[in-house]
Structure formats: C-alpha cells, structure tokens
Design a protein around this ligand. Structure first.
Ligand code: CTP
Ligand code: CA
Length: 221
C-alpha cells in the first residue's frame, strides 16, 4: 500500500538496493567483515517504498529489521554472492542504489574445515584476492539503470568522493565520513551530481534517506 503521507515521487519505478556488510569466510567459523550496520540501506529501502517504488533489497549482514512491503528481500553475504544476486535482478530495474559496505577483497585460501591452532606451528597466512565491484559493473552495463553510489571515507571525504563518482561513472554519489555514519543512527551526507554538491544537515538516517530520495526523484524528472 502507498504511504499517503509521502509524495509518491518514485511511483511506478523499480528500485534495487544493496545494504549491510558483506562477510568473507576464512573458515566455517571466521571471516572478514566491517562495521556497517545496514541501517542507511534499510532506511533508503523504506524511503523508496514510501515514495511509491517497487523495491528489491539484496542484503548482507544487517543489525536492523528488514522493512515490510518490499517486492523481494534476498540475503547475499559474500561480495561474490551479492554480485550474483544483483545481476540476477538488475535487468528490470529503473534505479540501482548501492549502499552495502562490500569487501574489496575475499580470502583466496579459505578453508572448508575449521583451522586448528595446535596443528599449525605458526600463525596461518591469509591471502586475499580482489572482489568484483558491483556498482561499477552495473554502471558499465549497456543500458544501466540510474545508479546511486555511496562513498565511505575516513579522510578527504569530498575529494575522494569526486574521484569515485567520476571513476565509477555514476550520476549520483552520496559521500559520508565513516566515523559519522557507519554503525550510527544518524548521518551527515553530501550528495554529488552533475549540478554540484549538496550538503544535507546532520540528522537521523530515516530523515537522511527521505532527503536522498527527494534529491534522486528531482534528478529523474
Ligand atoms: N561497491 C560495490 N562493490 C564493491 C565495492 C564497493 O558495489 N566491491 C560500492 C559500494 O556499495 C558503494 C561504492 O561502491 O556504493 C563505493 O564503495 P567504497 O568502498 O566507498 O569505494 P571503493 O570504490 O571500494 O574504494 P575504497 O574502498 O578504496 O575507498
Ligand atoms: Ca571499498
């Protein structure tokens, strides 16, 4: 059902989102992950839904409930699984919003059985291999949906974000400072697009998501 209190700015649009942290297994009980809680991605899924969109969510590890009323919600925990799930659904989408904190590297020599401390004389060596870049791969499709990316930076936020937007060739990028964003309930973001840079106030992730959706809808008209 439509949310009557929110302008239906994404009515008739199909939106695919990624959210949360990915997890790269070292062995059956251990892995490499990050501090993303999934809250920003889930808030955006909710905001897109409230704006009338048909929302498909691909999520990794999240520490908040999956919103109700989504067309589909699929868990994909490793970066490769998330890449595959996104490409299974991307064909029919109008908009792709990449919010997930995707591991840049996976464990090359992951073990099928639990590593045993007593059997190895020295600490095990963990070798890494590069993961596919999901957002860049979607943006490079022959007929890509409208792509929105996030940039999580710990320093030189806008400088790195500008480079990221150009390199991945995406029309809209949301930049945030990791210390202000990841694992927090609130956020302060700056939106970069063809017209320039828009700094939003520091506010709850729900309000940030509503403002991002309003900005996105404005770019689509
Ligand atoms: N992203 C993705 N797949 C990856 C890595 C990142 O889809 N394998 C997406 C994220 O969801 C985000 C954007 O790309 O929307 C930027 O992610 P970020 O980690 O900030 O940038 P990277 O390009 O990975 O660069 P770096 O980590 O070196 O800053
Ligand atoms: Ca990265």
């Amino acid at each position: 059902l439509a949310d009557v209190s929110t302008p239906q700015t994404l009515a008739g649009k199909k939106v695919l989102l990624t959210a949360g942290a990915t997890f790269e297994a070292i062995d059956p009980v251990r892995g490499i992950t990050n501090i993303s809680s999934g809250q920003m991605g889930l808030a955006l899924a909710r905001a897109c839904r409230a704006a009338g969109a048909e929302v498909t969510l691909i999520y990794g590890q999240v520490q908040a409930p999956i919103p109700a009323g989504l067309a589909q919600a699929v868990q994909a925990v490793s970066a490769e699984a998330m890449y595959a799930a996104v490409h299974r659904h991307i064909g029919r989408q109008d908009i792709f919003i990449a919010v997930a904190a995707v591991a840049d590297y996976k464990v090359k020599n992951s073990h099928a059985q639990k590593l045993k401390k007593d059997l190895s004389g020295s600490p095990p060596l963990i070798e890494l291999a590069e993961n596919p870049d999901i957002l860049a791969s979607v943006a490079a499709l022959p007929q890509p949906p409208f792509c929105v990316g996030f940039a999580a930076e710990s320093e030189r936020v806008l400088e790195y974000a500008r480079i990221k937007r150009a390199k991945k060739n995406i029309p809209m990028l949301v930049a945030n400072q990791v210390a202000q964003a990841m694992g927090k309930d609130s956020n302060q973001v700056t939106i970069l697009d063809q017209h320039g840079e828009t700094a939003l106030p520091h506010m709850s992730k729900a309000d940030t998501a509503t403002a991002i959706v309003a900005h996105l809808a404005g770019l689509l008209v």
